[in-house]
Design a protein around this ligand. Structure first.
Ligand code: AMP
Length: 274
């Protein structure tokens, strides 16, 4: 008696699951078909430029000659706003709105490590534009213009600023060189068709702008929480493609235009008075 009840229960459950799948499968198939059709119609690439900077936990010291900061034997890492930009690109791809994420760094050979970190997070392909010059926003923007012309992305997501020189210029300069729309200091990005709605963090509030794509977005702190790369993904990233190029390959000259005259450490804080 008990066994029969149990058997009937299992049979009922089995019937319900089968009929649920039977009713859901056309829906699932049409959703998949829509996604495939959408991607083939609109196979969007996203470019994310990454800068290798002094790790934010390191106490920066001025060099003895006062012409810059000490970089020898200092821990380096991906610029924190660029991690946010990579995460945003991955989330857009996961939502089925992009097909490929290409990360680009203009810097020394060691910038490869930064690119590999982004590949381990989920980017598909990397380009190292090798130079030993101290890069400045205009030179970087010129190289990126060349990369954009070669790759034809729908979106470029940069960090809002690099924490080493705090320039906050590269995204804006790239938008000007390309004649593209820009949504800077983004705290939310929503894509719909050939438009991007970007919520921007401005003084005293939020501003929402609609950009016609292709467009430039720069990531602010509250856009998302970047993921950590898992160990299996770090291993897989070693096999992802990483191309090496030079600024000349993109017709760009990255020689510095600025001359550093003096670098000073901030003065120590005075003790408070009681
Ligand atoms: P900046 O204008 O220097 O504050 O940098 C803004 C953003 O431009 C960074 O967050 C990066 O996304 C990008 N960027 C700046 N320098 C480089 C570089 N050398 N290589 C790749 N991307 C860079």
């Amino acid at each position: 008696m008990h066994k029969t009840l149990e058997h009937n229960g299992i049979a009922d459950f089995h019937k319900k699951v089968t009929s649920l799948f039977a009713s859901m499968s056309p829906l699932i198939f049409s959703a998949l078909a829509w996604q495939c059709a959408h991607l083939t119609e609109n196979p969007m690439k996203i470019i994310v430029p990454l800068k290798r900077v002094v790790d934010s936990n390191v106490t920066v010291r001025v060099k003895a000659d006062g012409l810059g900061v000490e970089l020898a034997n200092v821990k380096m890492a991906m610029n924190p706003f660029d991690e946010i930009a990579v995460e945003e690109a991955i989330q857009i791809k996961e939502a089925g709105k992009a097909e490929e994420i290409i990360v680009v760094s203009i810097g020394p050979q060691q910038a490869q490590e930064t690119l590999r970190t982004a590949l381990a997070m989920g980017a598909d392909r990397a380009i190292l534009v090798k130079t030993d010059e101290q890069t400045e926003p205009l030179g970087v923007a010129k190289v990126l213009k060349g990369v954009v012309e070669a790759e034809k992305p729908g979106l470029v997501i940069l960090g809002k600023q690099a924490i080493d020189d705090d320039s906050n210029q590269t995204g804006q300069m790239l938008a000007a060189l390309l004649g593209w729309a820009q949504g800077t200091f983004a705290s939310k990005v929503e894509l719909a068709g050939d438009h991007a709605k970007v919520t921007r963090e401005v003084d005293g509030g939020l501003q929402t702008v609609e950009l016609k794509m292709p467009a430039i977005v720069t990531a602010d702190l509250r856009l998302n929480q970047p993921r950590y790369a898992s160990l299996p993904n770090i291993m897989k990233a070693k096999k992802k493609p990483l191309d090496e190029k030079s600024p000349a390959d993109y017709g760009a000259d990255v020689k510095p235009r600025l001359k550093v005259i003096k670098t000073e450490e901030p003065g120590g804080r005075k003790a408070g008075a009681r």
